[in-house]
Design a binder for this molecule. Structure first.
Ligand code: ZN
Ligand code: ZN
Ligand code: ZN
Length: 369
């Protein structure tokens, strides 16, 4: 698996004129090698030339953490009094066209740039992004497991198994997080609980607001799966809304339009369709009923080892969806000061059409507690 990814990365580097790829903290390194750099001040960096031997340079006392893959890279430790920036520059040598991982901290990037003043730099995401976006079958399986896990949490929410009325958003968020972990995730990435008027803020931070009767509760949660040692986890991300009482006609009607927009956009997410055109389907459907002005964000984002990655379903993205792309379809309506709703599934573009990995019911569920 990792050998295949090395090959694909090197092919893309050769095509794009990249001499050396540099990967430190962030998701590219575990995707490519299975190794997570310690997110600390000591430099870990994979120096991957387009041809020739790759080297994983890291603190000497952390080398035991790396599963050796001698066919792919050599392991080099640096001592506490060494200069790891100079060591990395030496590994790069005379190469000039460098790409560095998008998540690399500036404390490393700036010093590397100063150590190699003649080099030209670009983000590694231009090389790795499209490759990571084309999921392999095992990656789709991991995303499906992740999605099924949060589907079970969403089913409990919709079924009234998670009490809401009288609890704070923060308390419900913590319970959602515990359930996400219990359903096969190694960690929770977020658990938004936004009640009543707070649901009008798409990225609301759950707080001390006590959830009352007769209001909407928007829950958007996800985590990263536990995978066998040496393999990166994959992310889940789902949004469902419930209503703590009888749904007012105005909200019920708007919600039905939103659900129809979400379903139409899902059906439109076929291989070969431009990512931005899928956004336009949802936005156009909401525009028919003048709800588009309440749809404040893009339609969706890719998902994989990272919660948000390529491809982005946003107006202006003309890149056609490819088989194996996995992404969210998550239109919303947000009426400031009043209420909001979002419906989100993870969908995969396949040769046989769009496949929603989340299948739990999407209607606005009424809960009585
Ligand atoms: Zn979001
Ligand atoms: Zn979400
Ligand atoms: Zn999302």
């Amino acid at each position: 698996m990792f050998a295949n990814r090395f090959d694909r990365v090197r092919t893309a580097m050769a095509r794009d004129g990249v001499d050396v790829l540099l990967l430190s903290v962030g998701p590219d390194l575990p995707w490519l090698t299975g190794y997570h750099a310690m997110p600390l001040e000591r430099l870990t960096i994979l120096v991957l030339p387009v041809d020739g031997v790759a080297t994983m340079l890291l603190p000497a006392f952390e080398t035991a953490r790396v599963s050796p893959q001698p066919d792919l890279f050599r392991i080099e430790g640096w001592g506490e009094t060494d200069d790891p920036i100079a060591r990395a520059a030496a590994l790069v040598g005379s190469a000039r066209n460098l790409a560095i991982g998008d998540h690399t901290w500036s404390r490393f990037t700036v010093l590397l740039q100063q150590a190699m003043p003649a080099a030209t730099w670009r983000n590694a995401g231009s090389v790795t992004g499209p490759l990571r976006a084309a999921k392999e079958p095992a990656e789709i399986e991991a995303l499906q497991r992740a999605a099924s896990g949060v589907d079970r949490v969403a089913a409990a929410l919709r079924g009234g198994e998670i009490p809401l009325i009288g609890r704070t958003e923060a308390d419900v968020s913590a319970e959602l997080g515990r359930r996400v972990v219990a359903e096969g995730h190694a960690k929770v990435n977020f658990a938004i609980v936004a009640s009543g008027p707070n649901a009008a803020s798409p990225h609301h931070e759950p707080g001390d607001r006590v959830i009352g009767p007769n209001e909407i509760v928007l829950c958007d949660f996800g985590g990263t799966t536990e995978e066998p040692e040496g393999r990166p986890g994959y992310c889940s991300d789902i949004t469902r809304c419930v209503f703590t009482g009888e749904v007012p006609a105005e909200i019920a009607e708007a919600y039905d339009h939103l659900l129809d927009a979400q379903q139409r956009a899902t059906a439109a997410a076929t291989v070969g369709t431009a990512a931005g055109a899928v956004d336009a389907v949802a936005r156009g459907r909401l525009a028919e009923v003048e709800l588009d002005r309440y749809f404040l964000h893009r339609l969706g984002h890719g998902i994989g080892v990272e919660a948000h990655e390529d491809p982005y379903l946003v107006d202006g993205n003309e890149v056609p969806l490819a088989a194996g792309n996995a992404f969210s379809i998550e239109p919303g309506v947000y009426v400031e000061g009043s209420w909001g709703a979002r419906i989100e599934d993870i969908v995969v573009a396949t040769a046989d059409g769009p496949l929603a990995l989340n299948t739990v019911d999407r209607e606005l569920a009424v809960v009585d507690r």
